[in-house]
Design a protein around this ligand. Structure first.
Ligand code: AMP
Ligand code: GLY
Length: 423
């Protein structure tokens, strides 16, 4: 089995790390990859949406399975591209087809899907430039805070939460009339604010059956105590301690089952990961978003807890025999702490040498924005490295990550010292 992973973050390094442990995998490639994947696989210098170049590489390296890390190629139809190509149609793609990827590609599409299948979520209405006045009126009927969501992909920045009605109206205008998020905010979903604690649930599906993976919680804000700007994620914990057996049952029965059934009823072809963003409101889970991929940094705590051979899982997904696979989960907790470049998520410098990684014994360093240059590992992005550890409790695991970080250095390195503080 030859496998290609698309992407270059901590998520993709974790996929490659897990795949490399399988004796079913002969050749492992990552495009474009990073310094972490380079050490365990062959990096290919190809962008994740350059479908023609991906095709050439898949044929040259006789790839059997393509695992798509980020959402962009999925929303742009990479799975469909493979199915429509004579030479590629036998290659398995882990990731939904374009029609189903709209669950992440369009917030309105996701809301309509949830309404159609009675999946609990926030009440909403959507607006365009043509009815912006109706949007102002709708805002007047809501209580603060106001939640505005650009319909399309906006690199994780398309959700605004505002306390003041006039600010909310001004932002709505800026999104719809002044194209604040470009094409992505041609339409805006305004929704009811849900007050509660967030967690994420991960599901594998082959389009017929599903398997639930462990829950995780990520920490999105740059500052301690969940303050400051939103980031791609500063750390994560799995499992989520407040997700009791009874609560997990609710998630499965009220959300996971109707989601997988809904995909079938709506003819949305889905072989891949479903990442369901949830808020626990009182004792009940409500969906805030679907993503059609794994989360980052959630992958860095979820996959290390998967004991089952992941290649076996991918093969079963491709062959639609997922129901025959037993998913075994490590009982230990896993946590990860993200090391980021000073200044992130705003402007930051790159090219800083990272030292100490080879000294880690109690943690795993999943590389993200890091590349090899002249024999050194240097920073190449905002999120640089995720330091994952196991523990009998999440506190023990976090402690190990923080101890490991003591040995790691790069100029202007920053990380949150309070991952798990709210649990
Ligand atoms: P999303 O990009 O949809 O994940 O939204 C970004 C963040 O906004 C989420 O992680 C939540 O913290 C928050 N959020 C989104 N929708 C709501 C909502 N209806 N009520 C409260 N918070 C929300
Ligand atoms: N950590 C959130 C995401 O991957 O979207």
């Amino acid at each position: 089995m030859n496998i290609l992973v698309l992407g270059s973050g901590g998520r993709e390094h974790t996929f490659a790390w897990k795949i490399a442990q399988s004796n079913r995998c002969k050749g492992l490639f990552v495009a474009p990859g990073n310094s972490g994947t380079e050490a365990i696989a062959t990096n290919l210098n190809i962008g994740v949406t350059d479908f023609e170049a991906i095709k050439v590489a898949v044929l040259e390296h006789k790839i059997n399975i393509v695992v798509v890390g980020p959402e962009d190629p999925l929303v742009q139809g990479i799975h469909d591209f493979f199915l429509q190509d004579e030479a590629l149609k036998g290659v398995a793609v882990i990731g939904p087809q374009q029609a189903a990827a709209e669950l992440e590609g369009s917030k309105e599409f996701a809301k309509e899907f949830m309404m159609r299948h009675n999946i609990p979520t926030a009440a909403y209405e959507s607006f365009t430039k043509a009815n912006v006045e109706a949007g102002y009126k709708f805002l007047e009927t809501l209580k603060p805070p106001y939640v505005l969501k650009a319909d399309g992909l906006a690199a994780g920045k398309g959700v605004l939460i505002l306390n003041d009605l006039d600010d909310a109206k001004a932002e709505l205008k800026s999104m719809l009339v002044d194209a604040k998020f470009g094409e992505a905010s041609t339409k805006v979903v305004i929704e009811e604010f849900l007050d509660g604690i967030e967690l994420s649930c991960f599901v594998l599906t082959d389009g017929k059956d599903y398997k639930v993976l462990p829950t995780a919680k990520d920490y999105k804000r740059i500052g301690e105590g969940d303050t400051g700007l939103n980031t791609g994620g500063m750390g994560a914990i799995s499992p989520v301690p407040f997700a009791t057996e009874a609560f997990l049952d609710k998630i499965e029965n009220q959300i996971v089952k109707p989601t997988v059934e809904g995909l079938k009823k709506d003819n949305l072809p889905y072989v891949g990961f479903i990442f369901i963003g949830l808020i626990k409101v009182g004792d009940d889970p409500k969906v805030i978003e679907y993503n059609v991929r794994m989360g980052d940094p959630e992958t860095e705590v979820v996959l290390p807890r998967l004991k089952t051979d992941i290649v076996e899982v991918f093969e079963a997904m491709a062959n639609q025999t997922l129901k025959d696979v037993t998913i075994t989960i490590d009982e230990r907790a896993a946590t990860t702490v993200m090391l980021v470049s000073g200044g992130y998520p705003e402007a930051y410098e790159k090219g800083k040498e990272i030292t100490g990684v080879e000294t880690l014994t109690d943690s795993i360093a999943f590389h993200a924005g890091a590349i090899s240059k002249e024999g050194k590992t240097v920073t190449s992005g905002g999120r640089v490295m995720a330091i994952t550890s196991y523990g009998d409790t999440y506190n023990e695991a976090i402690k190990k990550s923080y101890q490991s970080i003591e040995n790691l250095h790069f100029d202007k390195m920053y990380y949150r010292k309070d991952i798990g503080f709210d649990l």
